[in-house]
Design a protein around this ligand. Structure first.
Ligand code: ADP
Length: 281
């Protein structure tokens, strides 16, 4: 079912894109995400309350906050896994999940939504690999179905990605025979197979045994160097400190504080950020 709503007209002025992020990495195939006045309710509960955020191409943004603060909901709206009630998201100027006609936004049809999602890889907490497919088939499926690569090209690309995540020898394995950390690394390779401009990670290590967390974070760190725009919801403060260009702290559906990792983690301005960090550090 399509939905339409009035467009916000008083959007903040766009900020000039930065081709090089704060760590000096060069943004190549990276997307700029602009989140404008986003609100989303479940019944009477407001999960997102007027959230605005600009994410520059090639940067790493870590979203922190207590459980239930709307982090996953925000992430899910970025590739339209979740509809919004108000506001909108643009990736490189293109509305996500909607098309604009005059001052109204109309929801795209399913096919167009799926096509748009090619730009935006999503890595789930629970890996979500196809259990009935080998590792290789998991990775080649989407680029072939979307007509981006033929089978031979897709297999070549899959082996490159398996090298990136350090699991070439698992190409013919079944997901159930892999550890959680290995499954998540394959899930990352699968998301990368569509060559997305943006990669979204929804608590990518929270379903893992502690000893497997490091190998997944290492792969994400490597991606951070590759220039794709990364948005990571996580409770891994050490990872945020090491890799994030920007930390966003959310409480009750709103962003209460954002800044560099050093700013937010070492000198939090908001009392809710301080309280959260006291508990987790
Ligand atoms: P976080 O990722 O910060 O833990 P979520 O974005 O998952 O928070 O959820 C924010 C709030 O919205 C929570 O209170 C959660 O229960 C509620 N919520 C999330 N998804 C749904 C849904 N599909 N239906 C109803 N409530 C939901």
């Amino acid at each position: 079912m399509s939905e339409a709503f009035d467009l916000f007209v008083n959007r903040p002025a766009p900020v000039a894109p930065q081709p090089v992020n704060s760590l000096g990495r060069r943004a190549q195939n990276a997307g700029r995400i602009e989140i404008s006045n986003l609100s989303k309710s479940y019944g009477i509960f407001k999960a997102l309350n007027d959230v605005s955020l600009t994410i520059e191409p090639g940067t790493v943004t870590v979203i922190l906050g207590p459980s239930g603060s709307g982090k996953s909901t925000l992430l899910r709206t970025i590739n339209h896994l979740e509809r919004v009630d108000e506001g909108f998201i643009q990736i490189d100027g293109e509305y996500v999940g909607y098309r604009r006609k005059g001052h109204k936004l109309y929801e795209l049809k399913e096919k167009a939504i799926l096509k748009q999602r090619i730009n935006c890889g999503y890595v789930f907490q629970n890996f979500n690999l196809f259990p009935h497919m080998t590792v290789l088939d998991n990775i080649i499926e989407a680029p072939i179905v979307h007509g981006l690569l033929n089978r031979k090209q897709a297999i070549e690309r899959a082996y490159e990605l398996l090298d990136t995540v350090g699991l070439r020898e698992k190409a013919n394995a079944w997901p159930r025979h892999l550890s959680g950390g290995q499954q998540q690394r394959i899930a990352i390779a699968r998301a990368l197979a569509l060559n997305p401009k943006v990669m979204l990670f929804d608590e990518p290590t929270s379903a893992l045994d502690p000893e497997l967390v490091g190998e997944v974070l290492d792969v994400i760190k490597k991606l951070a160097e590759s220039g794709v725009t990364l948005v990571v919801v996580t409770h891994e403060i050490g990872f945020a400190r090491q890799v994030a260009d920007r930390v966003v702290f959310m409480v009750e559906g709103a962003i209460v504080e954002t800044g560099s990792a050093a700013q937010v983690l070492d000198n939090p301005r908001h009392h809710r950020t301080r309280r959260f960090l006291e508990k987790v550090l």
